[in-house]
Design a protein around this ligand. Structure first.
Ligand code: AR6
Length: 176
């Protein structure tokens, strides 16, 4: 447990600036970009990311909620972008918690399959998609901790909080 926690780092700021193997995008099922962190990633990464997303959709269709796909990082410092789709919050009785858990664990599985050792997550679903922040933080921390306890390949996971509220919540929940 201790060695697992030492592989998780909390940061506040803009995920597009991070020099890691992969950053995770809180995308939507179309994979065609949007606002929030998705907009920032496509803006900074450049058109190559959207071109790769189009190829993925042409090949396998839209990305279902809780699933993940990978593209290159384009002009980002990160080598890869893992695009995952978090659930829209509909009150909590529509499998939202499981779907959010899947978004984190499927991103990590894809990371392992691609030889990724360092990966940064935004606070998936807690913006436009309206997932309650504290519940989302609990799910994120628990899912990542459990995953790391079963693999050595991922050396470092970064939780990147953009807003102060999320940062404070993670700070408390991670006992920092
Ligand atoms: N770096 C890190 N985190 C960020 C950044 C950034 N540059 N910008 C925003 N955030 P959201 P969602 C945080 O709305 O709720 C898009 O339009 C933000 O403060 O980006 O999963 C997609 O296309 C929040 O905590 O994603 C989808 O349609 C977190 O990122 C939809 O929004 C997630 O907020 C997905 O909604």
């Amino acid at each position: 447990m201790d060695s697992t926690l030492s592989r998780i780092t909390l940061l506040q700021g803009d995920i597009t600036k991070l020099n890691v193997d992969a950053i995770v995008n809180a995308a939507n099922s179309s994979l065609m970009g949007g606002g929030g962190v998705d907009g920032a990633i496509h803006r900074t990464g450049g058109p190559i990311i959207l071109a790769e997303c189009r190829q993925i959709v042409a090949r396998q269709g839209r990305c279902a909620t809780g699933e993940a796909v990978v593209t290159s990082g384009g002009n980002l410092p990160a080598r890869y972008v893992i695009h995952t789709v978090g659930p829209v919050w509909h009150g909590g009785n529509n499998n939202e918690a499981n779907l959010l858990q899947n978004a984190y664990s499927n991103s990590l599985k894809l990371a392992v399959e691609n030889g990724i050792e360092t990966i940064a997550f935004p606070n998936i679903s807690t913006g436009v998609y309206g997932f309650p922040k504290e519940k989302a933080a609990e799910i994120a921390i628990q899912t990542v901790t459990e995953f790391l306890s079963k693999t050595d390949q991922i050396r470092q996971v970064y939780f990147v909080c953009f807003d102060q509220e999320n940062y404070k919540l993670y700070h408390i929940l991670m006992n920092l």
